[in-house]
Design a protein around this ligand. Structure first.
Ligand SMILES: Cc1ncc(COP(=O)(O)O)c(C=O)c1O
Length: 379
């Protein structure tokens, strides 16, 4: 099978040490040897999350962690303020509603970020118990200011539930400092681990709500079961042993690189991608002041199709970038530069992009995007 290089916002390319770790024979999941691996995963997860809180490890993709967070804190009739503005912001609102919450949406224009006054008005006019935000909205390539919502949540005594699925391990996520009570992430994005694990870092405030919530509609995803198991150094159900091996190897790679250097690399890659796009006469979808550092959304020029860009990149160069979702289908494409992506790998996709655009009749000068990326990266 011809190999396709992944430059999508997850799953991302895995390091060979991560792949090899998963080929190891299974261990008993309730043994001291496995507990040692789990304990080290928890230690390393707390570092990338910048938290002292417990981190639940769930077998399931990121959405299972979103569901665990909401199902554990919400009870029928609770009011929840959800800041939307993209497919994943909508998903948090949908999950809250699925567990009986009365959701008050603060709708944000796709590609932009929220107005704090508007969020505050929605909070002040409701009896909300929680506020939800997608920190890095992957569908639009927007990074929202989670620290501002954290302050607001404290002021109004709300639980702050943040989907940080495409930011933890790639961008700054200061779980404790920003006051994120339920901080959600997934394995296959910036952590560069295999798909199939979800995580929730839970604050003391949130544990209190969870443990005093008799109305919760959850069993497998009831976070209180994860806390009980955590105290005993284990998981409540059989964990996916091989995925935990992969996670452990991936987290150790992050420790080796250091979180600080990793965040800096992501930011430089994002800047290089945006500058390259502009130099290729392409328009960015997200406003510059809230552009994501892990995924860049670029408008498909009106005279071109999704196939002219993404189809050709895959067919002719073996590179996969993501398309638009929901109402953005066919209108944008998204380059994922999260996980282990290097500058050299980014340049490959940018150079290939120039070729396919030129071939499709787009007005650009070959090499202009690559040169702009080089300039931006060396700043
Ligand atoms: C911001 C965000 N939230 C949630 C999800 C859903 O995660 P998963 O597909 O792992 O369930 C994604 C996946 O792309 C995402 O980017």
């Amino acid at each position: 099978m011809k190999r396709t290089k992944l430059l999508i916002p997850g799953p991302v390319e895995l390091d060979s040490e991560v792949l090899l770790a998963m080929a190891r024979p299974l261990m008993g999941h309730r043994t001291p040897d496995f507990e040692e691996i789990l304990q080290d995963c928890w230690r390393l997860l707390r570092e990338v999350y910048q938290t002292r809180n417990d981190v639940a490890i769930i077998t399931g993709s990121g959405t299972s962690a979103m569901e665990a967070a909401l199902a554990s804190v919400v009870k029928e009739g609770d009011e929840v303020v959800s800041i939307t503005g993209g497919k994943f912001g909508e998903r948090l609102a949908e999950i809250a509603a699925a567990f009986g919450a009365k959701v008050k949406k603060v709708e944000v224009e796709w590609g932009g970020t929220f107005s704090l006054e508007e969020v505050e008005r929605a909070v002040a006019e409701s009896n909300a118990v929680a506020v939800t935000l997608t920190h890095n909205e992957t569908s639009t390539g927007v990074l929202h200011d989670a620290s501002a919502i954290g302050r607001l949540a404290r002021e109004y005594d709300l639980l702050f539930i943040a989907d940080c699925i495409t930011s933890v391990g790639g961008d700054e996520v200061r779980t404790d400092e920003w006051g994120i009570d339920l901080c959600i992430t997934g394995s296959q994005k910036c952590l560069a681990a295999p798909p199939g694990l979800g995580f929730v870092a839970v604050s003391e405030r949130a544990w209190e709500v969870i443990e005093n919530n008799p109305g919760k509609r959850a069993y497998y995803l009831d976070l209180s079961r994860y806390r009980k198991a955590l105290e005993k150094g284990t998981t409540p159900y059989t964990p996916s042993v091989s995925l935990i091996y992969g996670l452990h190897a991936a987290l150790r790679k992050i420790e080796e690189e250091t979180l600080e250097a990793r965040i800096r690399r992501h930011r430089r890659l994002a800047r290089a991608t945006r500058e390259a796009a502009r130099a290729m006469n392409l328009e960015l979808f997200a406003a510059e002041e809230c552009a994501s550092n892990t995924v860049t959304a670029i408008k498909i020029p009106p005279h071109l199709s999704d196939d002219d860009v993404r189809g050709a990149l895959k067919r002719e160069h073996g590179m996969l970038v993501a398309g638009g979702q929901a109402q953005l289908k066919g209108k944008i494409f998204r380059i994922g530069h999260m996980g282990n992506v290097t500058f050299a790998e980014l340049v490959q996709v940018l150079a290939a992009l120039e070729l396919v655009l030129k071939k499709a009749g787009h007005d650009l000068e070959l090499g202009a995007g690559v040169a702009a990326a080089q300039e931006a990266f060396s700043d």
